[in-house]
Each structure stands twice: as structure tokens, then as C-alpha cells.
Design a protein around this ligand. Structure first.
Ligand SMILES: [Zn+2]
Length: 363
């Protein structure tokens, strides 16, 4: 049985319209619409052609979809206005990644979900999460995505680069109340860290609330600022009078942009309005508002769990043949997807950390 939902999912993931796909497989748009609606079973030849053109294995289309993220949900949650086609594609990638996560989780011990919702102020909620991370109140957060995964958040690296959206988050309520943060590709390291922290703020402060407004985004920003640049530590570390050259070294130490540090110094009352405006003028004059100096680039963090599970189940290096046939996804899609996930750390950090997080289920 050919699944119309699967066809829609694959088509939207590839950002194709029904007309685009119809042209690719030499059929009419109406035929594609009918297949997607489940009104028409494609012939073996058409099904084959769809599989070839979309580069999804035929088995993908004979299996039922298990998740559905309505594109609208994401549009309501995102701060910036991305196009509908972009947000829908991001949702479809997230659905496929979640299915993959479920497939792999059947063979490994899952990380318990320790992240909890909070009705406290964003600052206190952020301090609680720092405590949950096991990070001292005045210490920088080394690898945020790694810590987020350790408290049971499913971190997805979507193989898609959206101009307007860096990351989004939601609690998946249908099955197991799983918190999810999905991040898009190719974002500067400091920006991604702040946006992941912002999304973590939404998960903690706003739970399942579907429609997020300016007030909620602002609270998530306050959460992110306190999580990455705790007020108490900043008051001790930001020297006055604040200049760009004085504040710049804090960027690498705290893993945040210079702009974020200047904004934080202002929010904490370390610098006055006039100085704040002056520093932003300087940032603009140096072209740092769009590109901060490359010698101060913050390393790009990638999630690890999904790849780690694939290595546990399919070996390291991953046996993509077996992985592909179980996942009902092409080898090329899986390889591209896995590129977004971190490889095993080689240093001693592995022994003390991620090596113990995921183990083969002993039964
Ligand atoms: Zn937000």
C-alpha cells in the first residue's frame, strides 16, 4: 500500500510543489494530489519513478508516517517570518529525524528527561537549569548542546539551512512529553548557542503553549542571557569603562557574541544608555554587527546523541547499508543528516562523559 501522507512528507521536505513533482515524474498535478489524498494508488512504474526522483527508497512510501508537525505551529513559534515553504520543509525534516530517533532508541538505553517546566522568573529558571547542568554559578557553559542532551532534550540537527530560522522547540505531547530543540545548519557558533538557550527558555517557561508572542520571546531572551552570561559573574568580569577591546576577550570565554555581551552589560546596568549606543555605533562602524572578527569565532556545537545511537546499533564507522534499510531512508540522506551530528570526542572528555550516557540495552 502506497502512503499518500509519505508522498506529501517527502515532497514538502524537498520543498517541491505538487506541480514540480508532477513534472519530475511525468504525471499531472491532479494525479499527485490524488495519490497524496489516498484516492489513487500509483502503478508500480509511477511509484518507482517517485522513489527515483525524490531519492527516497520505495519502502519509505509503504510505511506510515508517525509524527506530524503542522507547519503553522512552527510559524507561530518562530520570531522571524520565514516563508511557509521553508517552515514546512523544516517540519518534515524534524518528523523524519524523530522517527529515526525512535527507531534507534528501541535498541539503546534512553537518557531520562530531567528538564522541567518552571513558573519562576526567567532568571531564576535559568539558574536552576545551570544547576541541573552541574555548572557553577560563575562558570561559563562549555558545550551547551551537549548539556542540553544530557538533561534529556532531544536535539535535532536538521539538514536544512533557513535564512530566517536558526532553531525551534516544542514539547512533543502525543507520546511521551519529550522536549525537542531542532537547529538548522550553517549558523555561527555564538548565534546558535544563544538561540538554543532561547529555545530552552521556551521549553522551561512556556511549555506546550503553541502561539508565542513578543512577550514570550523576550522572556526566552532573558532566560538565555542569564543561562549563558549569569548576572553575578558578568558584574565581576566586565570591566568599566566598557570598551569593545576590553569586552571582546569575554566572547571566547563565555561563548557568546560581543553584541550579546554589550547588550547584557546594558541590561545589568553596568553601562548607561549613552555608552550602550556609542558601543553599538562602533560595532556598526567596524562591520561587527553582521560579522564579528573571525579570530574570535566561537566553535560550532553539534548534537551527538543520534549519531552515537547509530554507532551503537550499526557500528563505528556506521554500516550505512543496514542503517538505510532499517530506517527506510537513502544512504545519501542519512550520511548528510549524520554530518550535522558530532563524532565521538577523542580526548579524555569521552571517558568522563558521553561514553556513559548511552549504552546498549542489556536485555
Ligand atoms: Zn522565541
Amino acid at each position: 500500500m502506497f502512503s499518500g501522507d509519505r508522498l506529501r512528507q517527502a515532497r514538502e521536505l524537498l520543498s517541491l510543489t505538487q506541480t514540480d513533482l508532477a513534472r519530475l515524474v511525468g504525471r499531472s498535478q491532479a494525479a499527485i494530489a490524488n495519490i497524496e489524498a489516498g484516492l489513487l494508488e500509483p502503478s508500480a512504474e509511477v511509484a518507482e519513478s517517485i522513489a527515483n526522483r525524490t531519492r527516497f527508497p520505495l519502502t519509505f512510501f509503504t510505511d506510515q508516517t508517525r509524527f506530524h508537525f503542522p507547519g503553522e505551529t512552527l510559524m507561530f513559534r518562530a520570531r522571524a517570518s520565514a516563508t511557509r515553504r521553508e517552515t514546512v520543509a523544516a517540519c518534515r525534516h524534524a518528523e523524519v529525524s524523530l522517527e529515526l530517533t525512535e527507531l534507534l532508541e528501541a535498541s539503546v538505553t534512553q537518557i531520562p528527561i530531567r528538564l522541567q517546566k518552571s513558573s519562576q522568573t526567567p532568571e531564576i529558571a535559568a539558574q536552576h537549569v545551570r544547576h541541573l547542568f552541574g555548572i557553577g554559578a560563575d562558570q561559563p557553559i562549555p558545550n551547551l548542546i551537549d548539556l542540553v542532551e544530557r538533561i534529556g532534550v532531544t536535539a535535532l540537527a536538521l539538514p536544512i539551512d533557513l535564512a530566517k530560522i536558526d532553531a525551534f522547540s516544542t514539547w512533543l505531547t502525543a507520546t511521551n512529553k519529550r522536549p525537542i530543540i531542532a537547529a538548522c545548519r550553517n549558523k555561527p557558533g555564538d548565534r546558535l548557542r544563544f538561540n538554543v538557550a532561547h529555545e530552552l527558555g521556551h521549553l522551561v517557561l512556556h511549555g506546550e503553549l503553541k502561539r508565542l508572542g513578543p512577550g514570550e520571546h523576550q522572556q526566552a531572551d532573558r532566560f538565555a542571557a542569564e543561562l549563558l552570561m549569569p548576572g553575578a559573574a558578568m558584574r565581576g568580569e566586565i570591566e568599566t569603562p566598557v570598551t569593545l577591546s576590553r569586552i571582546a576577550p569575554l566572547k571566547l570565554r563565555w561563548g557568546v557574541s560581543i553584541q550579546a555581551l554589550v547588550r547584557r552589560a546594558h541590561d545589568l546596568g553596568i553601562i548607561a544608555n549613552r555608552q550602550y549606543r556609542y558601543l553599538f555605533e562602533q560595532l556598526s562602524a567596524r562591520g561587527w554587527r553582521t560579522n564579528e572578527p573571525s579570530n574570535l569565532a566561537v566553535a560550532q556545537e553539534r548534537p551527538r546523541a543520534l549519531r552515537k545511537m547509530a554507532e551503537v546499533v550499526y557500528g563505528d564507522p556506521i554500516d550505512y547499508g543496514r542503517f538505510s534499510s532499517d530506517a527506510r531512508l537513502s544512504v545519501s540522506y542519512l550520511k548528510d543528516l549524520m554530518d550535522g551530528y558530532a563524532e565521538a570526542p577523542t580526548s579524555a572528555t569521552e571517558a568522563m562523559s558521553s561514553g556513559k550516557v548511552i549504552q546498549l540495552r542489556s536485555t
